[in-house]
Design a protein around this ligand. Structure first.
Ligand code: F6R
Length: 244
């Protein structure tokens, strides 16, 4: 794993955006795996600014998001479909037809997950997968478990994730209890991985991801086995990690 230390959120966002932009410049038809959540918003803003200046062209890029709440329509402001348009896609020159998010509006979990898996596999998996990390070490919605998951599947969210995500909802009861997520195996098929993390709440998970045992009780720890994984994190998120 390559660890890139950032001073703060802004620095982390810029460094992460640089890595994503390099991927797109090197391969204008890049397939990007994307994440929602608070952490990548700064990187998306930066990329949108570079796009506006003509420095990073998304016209031929395809994107594949990690996850989506089960039961939300694409236009629900709490859905990840909406989030991605609002925070990123509406601000860059991407063709919306080239953007993909698991179909949370399809309540048939088996069909929705099968379709998404076939889609990601059909393009030969992604060139770069952007990931945030949960306070409990989750990646996508792959929560701590006794085994690593494989393809896209439907998960019951843990209490800790429901609590963490409730900040984006009016009431905790409004947080959907299930989601569709790419599996750990699918994530590991990405040719390169970029993890972003900031703030003190992520310090333990970041330490476990980099230095802990590889165990499904910290799903992100499997990234230690990926041959091309970069972690860009700020000082607070790296607070428990030795300065190398
Ligand atoms: C989002 C996702 C999640 C988040 C993680 C961190 O698509 O897959 O794993 O990356 O929960 O969320 P934030 O960035 O809000 O702390």
């Amino acid at each position: 794993m390559r660890i890139v230390r950032a001073k703060d959120y802004q620095d982390m966002s810029r460094k992460a955006a640089n890595i994503i932009s390099a991927q797109v410049i090197l391969n204008p038809e890049a397939k990007l795996g994307l994440a929602t959540g608070t952490t990548p918003i700064g990187a998306y803003d930066q990329l949108a600014r570079w796009n506006a200046k003509g420095d990073c062209d998304f016209a031929h890029v395809q994107t594949f998001n990690l996850d989506e709440y089960r039961g939300l329509s694409h236009d629900d402001p709490q859905s990840y479909h909406y989030f991605m348009r609002d925070k990123f896609f509406n601000h860059i020159n991407i063709d919306l037809a080239n953007t993909h998010v698991p179909d949370g509006s399809n309540l048939d979990a088996e069909a929705a997950c099968y379709e998404y898996d076939a889609l990601v596999k059909g393009v030969g998996y992604v060139d770069l997968q952007l990931l945030g990390i949960g306070n409990n070490g989750h990646i996508g919605f792959n929560e701590p478990d006794d085994h690593f998951s494989k393809g896209t599947h439907c998960v019951d969210l843990t209490e800790s994730t429901i609590k963490a995500n409730s900040r984006l909802f009016e009431r905790e009861e409004d947080v959907p209890r299930q989601a569709y997520t790419m599996g750990v195996q699918t994530i590991m098929m990405a040719r390169s991985i970029l993890v972003v993390a900031n703030g003190p709440k992520k310090a333990q998970a970041v330490y476990d991801m980099i230095y802990g045992p590889v165990t499904p009780s910290c799903p992100a720890s499997i990234l230690q086995l990926h041959t091309n994984c970069t972690v860009v994190a700020d000082e607070e998120a790296l607070a428990l990690c030795p300065q190398e």
